[in-house]
Design a protein around this ligand. Structure first.
Ligand code: HDE
Length: 713
């Protein structure tokens, strides 16, 4: 791997080459001021006498301190915490029959991308493992200009109209009086708002499911959420929904792990992405599309323009059209990941909007927010944001303008400048918005076709496996358990009873409220002052599809164990050959192995070999790993069985449904655990070969462990 920190010129793609022009490398160079003056003393201020005051003329001190004082920019109002990487997108074919987008027009065509993943509610320094939606934003640097697919890891949204976005965000962010809690929806204002907005119920099911706790960015799906339009080379339009499908499969962690990971390593996802790329295990997703012909727009029992609805894959299959590979870490977090500015309105010919009212509102918000976040209208000139396609127009000036526009004219039409820059004909790549006939009154009113708020919430819940359903119940018990207001809890139980009676009953039991709590009347509080509330109450269609198996995380297993992390716990006297063979076999499959021992530094193998320790039992814990292994070695087992950290590691792994491999004398360590007291122990492999362990880890977790919840760690 190239070490980009040393500023070697990366060769991977055109965008990285473009960024290289703006890099700076101080190695072997003298330190200078921002004016290029060589600095002789960077340690001491210029003072009047040895013990006297600092002088105003100390230009070096002033420059250094002033720059430092202004180092921060406002964090994103939502999606503040994120991590990103460079890579490429490769088209699987020539898709010009459905879209004329050039980057999808040729088999094997590669386009550079930068992808940023994020949580939504937490501040920039919050934990990666908050229960939250994840942002999944991809900037394609195409030859026809930048195309941004700014999606989430859930295919629907909380609200139907952008007008409600500031309310939603104010409700979920820390409460305004005391700025508590951080990166958590488990508080009164969020659930107060939600309990009055039945349209949020489908998204609530997703947000309370395991989707909100991904194991890794590389193990989550991405969705464009809104319905967009594709326009083909003949100008024919169809509706399209975008999907990203991870090749590693879709996997999550449990809530108990998430809470513990947040303490152990709040950078868990960020580090995982960085390490995977650094070690050459590049994360990959396939881009999928669901295409709906224009004439089929009204054939569904929901409205395609309603962002609280998805198109079940059983109704319209996902067609895979390309692959994204993230293969280069950023060189500098601030310059790239922080300064990147996405916008769902950054389009290329062949892609257009639908009239989804949430999407329409987003089209205003994303440029607007950059004006305060990045300080002015020239943020498109920041290296990570500038297209690889040439930029020519008559926009001029503004704070921090970088481009030096030549010539006399900055208007159109002109003759002095030869009419340039000229407008491009459609055939030359000029963007033409799709013509759509619109007739109607200017009104503020939600369409009746948007009013079925529960059918898909029910579909989602009933399509989950029993384990996934239990997790939703537990999540709601936790979240609403943190809500102080009894009224809000009751309203929520009432609302949930429309999704699934059993779900509402179980949540009510956990909260200690009457499971027969009646839903509030009216249920929906989101209507105009002069409206009749009855006109805004949810309707219930009777969709033909009762179950959509693709909505379960289990529907998309990955192949193998690429991207997983495995702990081998060992002490002095371990069977070094066996340990080494195990490690090699696992690493060959693209997983990461760490040697964990009672102390840092190194341990000694049976025959005195030195084995480097990656973590002591103090600096890591089971929640950082997907599975654990204890190798043979009598002395090693003796050392580990008296180490509480090792015993807890095994018990906690068992509690979190992880596979455990125990070889030879390692059994003595296992026998010290709480877990070993169970008669019916599942997913613990005694003296099995490494392949069996690898095949088990590929299944991620063994959910069939009835006693797991009782392990007291
Ligand atoms: Fe965003 N959103 N959003 N959003 N969004 C932002 O833009 C907004 C929505 C999404 O990594 C902001 O540059 C409105 C849906 C991602 O930099 C802001 C509405 C989806 C990111 C904004 C929505 C998203 C953002 C804050 C409702 C999934 C992070 C900083 C109408 C399809 C991008 C910024 C990154 C960021 C507005 C709803 C995805 C304020 C008004 C739905 C992934 O402009």
């Amino acid at each position: 791997m190239k070490d980009k920190q040393k500023n070697e010129k990366p060769e991977t793609n055109q965008k990285l080459d473009d960024l290289y022009m703006n890099t700076e490398d101080g190695s072997g160079q003298a330190m200078t001021t921002n004016q290029g003056l060589k600095i002789n003393d960077d340690q001491n201020s210029l003072t009047a006498g040895e013990r006297g005051p600092t002088l105003m003329e100390d230009f070096h001190f002033r420059e250094k301190m002033t720059h430092f004082d202004h180092e921060r920019i406002p964090e994103r109002i939502v999606h503040a915490r994120g991590a990103g990487a460079h890579g490429y997108f490769e088209s699987y074919g020539d898709w010009s029959k459905i879209t004329k987008a050039g980057f999808l027009g040729e088999k094997g065509k590669r386009t550079p991308v930068f992808t940023r993943f994020s949580t939504v509610a937490g501040f920039k320094g919050s934990t990666d493992l908050a229960r939250d939606v994840r942002g999944f934003a991809v900037k394609f640097y195409t030859e026809e200009g930048n195309y941004d697919l700014v999606g989430n890891n859930m295919p629907v949204f909380f609200i139907q109209d952008a007008m409600k976005f500031p309310d939603l965000v104010h409700a979920v962010k820390p409460e305004q009086h005391n700025e508590i809690p951080q990166a958590a929806s488990a508080h009164d204002t969020f659930w107060d708002f939600i309990s009055l907005m039945p349209e949020s119920m489908h998204m609530i099911m997703w947000a309370m499911s395991d989707r909100a706790l991904p194991r890794s960015f590389s193990m989550m799906e991405g969705f464009g959420v809104h319905t967009f339009r594709f326009i083909n080379t003949e100008g024919k339009s169809s509706f399209v929904k975008f999907h990203w499908k991870p090749l590693a499969g879709t996997y999550s962690v449990t809530w108990d792990e998430a809470v513990k990971i947040s303490g152990q390593d709040p950078d868990f996802h960020r580090r995982d992405l960085w390490n995977a790329i650094d070690s050459g295990n590049f994360p990959e997703w396939e881009l999928g599309v669901q295409i709906v012909a224009e004439e089929d727009e009204h054939k569904f029992d929901f409205d395609l323009l309603d962002p609280t609805k998805l198109i079940p894959e059983e109704l319209v299959p996902v067609k895979l059209i390309g692959k994204m590979v993230l293969d280069a870490n950023p060189t500098n977090f601030f310059a790239e990941t922080e300064q990147i500015a996405f916008h769902p309105g950054h389009l290329v010919p062949g892609i257009d909007f639908s009239n989804d009212p949430l999407l329409q509102g987003r089209l205003f918000s994303y440029t607007d927010t950059q004006l305060s976040r990045l300080g002015g209208p020239n943020f498109n000139e920041i290296p990570i944001n500038r297209p690889i396609a040439p930029v020519h127009n008559n926009q001029r000036g503004g704070i921090m303008r970088q481009t030096i526009n030549v010539g006399h004219t900055s208007y159109h039409p002109n003759k002095i400048g030869g009419g340039c820059p000229f407008q491009a004909k459609m055939a030359e790549g000029g963007y033409v918005s799709h013509q759509e006939k619109i007739e109607g009154y200017k009104i503020r009113k939600r369409s009746k076709s948007f009013m079925d708020h529960f059918s898909q919430a029910t579909l989602f819940f009933e399509s989950q496996t029993p384990v996934e359903q239990d997790h939703i119940v537990e999540a709601l018990r936790f979240e609403l358990g943190k809500v102080k207001s009894e009224d809000i809890r009751e309203r929520m139980v009432g609302m949930l009873s429309y999704v699934n009676k059993d779900l509402a009953k179980k949540v009510a039991e956990g909260l200690g409220i009457d499971p027969n709590t009646k839903p509030e009347d009216p249920l929906n509080h989101s209507y105009p002052a002069d409206a009749d509330p009855k006109d805004y109450q949810p309707t219930q269609s009777n969709p033909s599809l009762k179950k959509s198996e693709k909505l379960s995380l289990t529907a998309r297993p990955g192949k193998g164990i690429k991207g997983r992390s495995i702990a081998i716990i060992a002490g002095d006297g371990v069977d070094a050959d066996a340990l080494e063979a195990y490690k090699k076999a696992i690493e060959k499959e693209g997983a990461d192995v760490k040697i964990v021992a009672p102390r840092s530094g190194a341990i000694k193998g049976q025959n005195g070999e030195l084995i480097k320790v990656d973590h002591s039992l103090l600096t890591t814990s089971s929640v950082m790993f997907d599975a654990v292994m204890i190798p043979d070695g009598a002395k090693s087992a003796e050392m580990l069985q008296s180490d509480a950290g090792a015993i807890r590691f095994l018990d906690e792994s068992y509690k979190h449904f992880k596979f455990i491999a125990i070889d030879g004398a390692g059994k003595q360590v296992w026998d010290k655990t709480y877990a070993s007291k169970n008669t019916d122990v599942k997913g613990v492999l005694f003296d099995k070969n490494v392949q069996e362990f690898i095949d088990s880890v590929a299944k991620h977790r063994i959910w069939d462990r009835p006693h797991a919840a009782n392990i007291p760690v």
